[in-house]
Design a protein around this ligand. Structure first.
Ligand SMILES: [Zn+2]
Ligand SMILES: [Zn+2]
Length: 375
């Protein structure tokens, strides 16, 4: 029988035999008849597997034989036919949708692939760039390392040399080293002593200046009389009294109104019994006035000396100068003499004028008739 077992006819044949023996039968869904013969012309729906006799489905013998002989021809019962068609349509639709889907998937895959390729290239380019940088870095590092190695070797050598030198100094030249230190120390000491000397000099200088100032103050009100004949009195007091009297008479002759009270002290400079002093030479006579103004009056009246009594002639009056002032004065006097010698015109004379400390050289018109020679 039956299309249901097309392709396995022999098996069916065996089964059919069995079926015959076991009394198995096929029920037609249309006429509800049972068919027990294996040669009964029946078709089986390929979908629901129901059986139909050729009479019910109005199939001729030749049609039945054709269907039975061809495997590419299919048969479905009425009930299943529409479902099968529907299914075929759906299938086709799915197929088309799948085609679209796969096309999209392929597109997407292609796109992804392209993107991937692009990214790959970008990444490769980047990797290549990094590799170049790495290579440069490695080269730089090698260079630096080489330079550092070189430096280290150099420093090491220098250190060794230095160490050798230090050892030489410590081991072999200890004596010399000590000498160097000694020299340094004595040099420093010399410097210190020089400094002390400078300070001492400064102190001495300051003290000398103060002494000089005090000396000047003490001599401020004094005058010195030269060429005053020494008294022949045997006692010092007697001689001193004679000097005081003589001085007062001299000042009175200058008409400056000096009284006994204006004279504080009158005394001779130098020793009375100096063996080096010639008997004819008189010692300078110092007169101390009570005030500076009285002394000034006397000094300003010196021009009157040339007109005084015969017994006062030849006497000179000068300032009581400190040694320093004296040497300054001497210097100025010699300068003045030099100036006068240098002046070939002969019209001028040069003299030192002014009080101690303020002395200067003055140029005067030479008037030979009235010229007074001064010491
Ligand atoms: Zn039937
Ligand atoms: Zn069916």
């Amino acid at each position: 029988m039956s299309r249901q077992s097309r392709g396995s006819v022999s098996k069916d044949k065996d089964k059919d035999k069995g079926n015959d023996e076991s009394g198995e039968a096929w029920l037609c869904v249309g006429c509800k008849k049972e068919f027990k013969e294996s040669s009964s012309r029946m078709l089986e729906c390929e979908r629901c597997e129901s059986h139909h006799c050729s009479k019910c489905i109005k199939l001729t013998d030749s049609e039945y034989d054709l269907l039975n002989s061809r495997k590419d021809l299919h048969w479905y019962c009425n009930k299943c036919e529409s479902k099968v068609f529907k299914s075929i349509h759906l299938d086709k639709e799915i197929e088309q949708k799948l085609e679209v889907f796969w096309a999209k998937v392929e597109d997407r895959l292609l796109q992804i692939n392209q993107e991937f390729e692009y990214e790959k290239q970008v990444t490769q380019t980047k990797i290549q760039a990094v590799e170049v940088v790495l290579k440069d870095l490695r080269e730089d590092m090698n260079n630096v390392k080489a330079a550092v190695d070189k430096q280290l070797v150099q420093k090491d050598r220098e250190l060794k040399e230095l160490s050798t030198k230090v050892n030489e100094i410590i081991e072999g030249e200890e004596g010399e080293w000590t000498e160097v230190v000694k020299k340094q120390v004595s040099k420093s000491l010399e410097l210190v002593s020089d400094n002390i000397e400078v300070v001492q000099n400064n102190i001495h200088q300051t003290r000398a200046e103060a002494d000089e100032q005090r000396d000047r103050e003490n001599r401020r009100n004094n005058v010195i009389l030269y060429n005053v004949t020494e008294s022949s009195g045997s006692r010092a007091e007697e001689r001193n009294k004679d000097d005081a009297t003589f001085s007062l008479q001299l000042f009175n002759s200058l008409q400056v109104g000096v009284s006994e009270e204006d004279l504080v002290r009158v005394f001779r400079l130098g020793k009375w019994d100096d063996p080096n002093r010639p008997s004819t030479a008189s010692r300078p006579l110092m007169v101390q006035f009570a005030s500076y103004s009285v002394k000034n009056l006397v000094m300003e009246s010196l021009y009157k000396l040339k007109n005084v009594d015969q017994k006062f002639r030849g006497i000179n009056i000068g300032h009581d100068m400190t040694p320093k002032e004296r040497s300054e004065c001497k210097k100025l006097v010699s300068e003045a003499k030099q100036k006068e010698a240098d002046d070939s015109s002969g019209e001028y004379i040069y003299r030192v004028r002014g009080y101690p400390g303020k002395m200067r050289i003055v140029q005067l018109k030479a008037r030979r008739s009235t010229l007074v020679k001064r010491p």
